[in-house]
Design a protein around this ligand. Structure first.
Ligand code: TMP
Ligand code: ASP
Length: 247
């Protein structure tokens, strides 16, 4: 446990955010808790927090290298990320390359149908209202962000999609869909926050379409942590695996 952590600022379904001595920085602790179905299905899976912290850190590093501004500063423990403080925007920005999940439940898409151009969807991050889907007019009327910010978020999301699709495909994973959260830094810049992990993405094997993400848990199947571990072994370099003691 890092001794840089001060008081707990926020606790979510799978992560805790702590203050540090520096007001511009927080520590995000990735817990082993896993939930689905709006929190209706819960479990605690040993090492899940570590694997999600390692995967998120790696993907944030790749995005930073490609000019995307992220909250990530560095990993300070296997499951603790030092990050920039952000004022989070209550939007779940979902980007879809292949039809799956709620999209095929709610609309007449074929399961596994390719979506080109990708679909970008905004859900309201609001537990009381169960994260309803928004459109531009509702976002503006609720004064969540202005149109300029929304347009920038769309552009950044498409860039992130391109960078991550390429990176993951080289490592035999298809990025089916994912969810992002953004915030403002102290200078008012839009910055990618939260996490990008198998909790917040659908990742399929490029050949077999086997999934390596939270859908395994949503379906009540076993092997969730093994799948997350597999993603770690695919995205980290050998040196990174040695550094963080990943077998
Ligand atoms: P969905 O098909 O259930 O709408 O999910 C689309 C993507 O967004 C999928 O990769 C999982 C991710 N997601 C979250 O990370 N958090 C959520 O609360 C939801 C509903 C989806
Ligand atoms: N994130 C939501 C929950 O934890 C829904 C999901 O990912 O399935 O309940």
């Amino acid at each position: 446990m890092s001794d840089m952590k001060k008081e707990l600022l926020y606790t979510g379904k799978a992560k805790d955010v702590y203050k540090t001595e520096n007001d511009d920085e927080v520590i995000i602790k990735f817990r082993d808790d896993i939930t689905a179905l709006d929190g209706g299905k819960k479990d605690t899976l040993s090492k899940k927090g570590i694997y999600n912290a390692l995967i998120s850190s790696k993907l944030f590093e790749i995005l930073e290298e490609q000019g995307v501004s992220t909250q990530y500063i560095k990993l300070i423990e296997q499951d603790e990320m030092l990050a920039k403080s952000l004022e989070m925007i209550p939007l779940e920005v979902i980007c879809r390359n292949i039809a799956a999940g709620s999209l095929v439940k709610k609309y007449p898409f074929q399961n596994k149908q390719e979506l080109n151009p990708p679909i970008i969807q905004f859900d309201y991050k609001n537990d009381e209202y169960h994260d309803p889907m928004l459109n531009d007019s509702i976002i503006l009327a609720l004064d969540i962000v202005n149109q300029e910010t929304l347009d920038k978020i769309r552009d950044i999301t498409l860039t992130i999609n391109k960078v991550l699709c390429d990176y993951l495909k080289e490592r035999t994973l298809l990025l089916v869909d994912f969810k992002l959260e953004f915030g403002f830094d102290k200078d008012g810049n839009i910055v990618l926050g939260d996490e990008i992990s198998p909790d917040t993405t659908r990742l399929w094997d490029v050949e077999t379409l086997e999934n390596f993400d939270k859908d395994i848990f949503r379906k009540g199947e076993s092997g969730v942590v093994d799948a997350y571990h597999k993603v770690v072994t695919l995205v980290l370099t050998e040196d990174e695996k040695d550094k963080w003691n990943v077998e």
